[in-house]
Design a binder for this molecule. Sequence first.
Ligand SMILES: Nc1ncnc2c1ncn2[C@@H]1O[C@H](COP(=O)(O)OP(=O)(O)OP(=O)(O)O)[C@@H](O)[C@H]1O
Length: 372
Amino acid sequence: MSVIIENLTARYGDKYILKNFNLRVEDGEFFVILGSSGSGKTTLLRSIAGLIPIDDGRILIDGNDVTDLYPSDRNIAMVFQNFALYPHMTVYDNISLNLKIKHVPKDEIKKKVSDVAEMLHISQHLQKYPRQLSGGEQQRVGIARAMVRDPSVFLMDEPLSNLDAKLRREMLGELRSFHEKVKKTIIYVCHDQDEAMALADRILVLNQGQIMQLGTPDELYDHPANVFVAGFIGNPPMNILECDAEEKSGGTRIDVMNSGYLEVDDEIPEGKMFIGIRPELIGLSDHDGISASFDYFINSGLNAEVHVKIGDTPIRAVIPKEEIPANLRDLRNGESIHLKVKPGTIYLYDRESGSIVKEVDYGASREIKKAD
Ligand SMILES: Nc1ncnc2c1ncn2[C@@H]1O[C@H](COP(=O)(O)OP(=O)(O)OP(=O)(O)O)[C@@H](O)[C@H]1O
């Protein structure tokens, strides 16, 4: 079912967290709210759940105004970061508790619990206590407990953040397939862009209560609308560097931190901006290109993440295995190195507002010229 938020205002004391906030989540969407700590994600989720009072605005679930309803009457279920299971109850009792409170007949409870337990691969644990389960299993119990209530909307607040990296990866896949099975609206809060990219149909990037961008994972990755999103999406994130654009016959010359320049055929407004270059587009060169100094590298086997600096500004390059220079291991910290930019999209952002000025297909047009 759809969730519509109209002109929501929420504050703690005199501190406004969300002001005239509007959002529409479509029926059946896996919708992720992504933002760093303190951006207002939990406040937004709790407002939808009815767990905190809101100052102004309306919340509609499936077209019905639920603003004045108790959380229990909103037909939503929440899954929390800390699982919040009752330690003295078995898994079966934890999952079935809400149904018992609602006096659902015993047979029906049994069938519902057995169905969700099967779907979440926890059937063999129903008679155990939470402490006898791994973190991932406990989290599945938390989801099962939300699921048996058959809500219209699932609200999930960082449900995977207490799990170790390997388990979190596994759970990402399971959550996606869970969503495909139940086809319910899920609103999911997290601060990890990898998690958001893996799960979401659409992502809302939130910063200090403001929507920075809303779009599909690909839209956010391919067309980040501002430096905030550019620096948030992508792992490692995009390099954002100061630059200065100057018109040059038939194109533009972009000076990068007085350490080198790129020439593009596009016409770009002249002046100081930020240039955004994905780490995957940066290569190393022996002599020409943008001057930088070597810092260190991390070899992942598949590629090398090379860290360099221009002045105090760190820059990351991700070099595929086959392009790693033979002398990389010999480079010393502080040694002079040169960067080249491979053909691909580069981004120019306004220095003041941080908004996108232009996306430029760097290198492509010149390659076409060569082909002529
Ligand atoms: N009960 C409260 N009383 C006062 N201020 C609060 C309260 N809860 C949250 N805040 C403040 O509101 C702001 C937004 O908090 P919120 O929990 O919504 O952020 P978040 O994006 O979910 O962060 P995190 O990822 O750290 O949970 C923060 O500055 C926080 O300190």
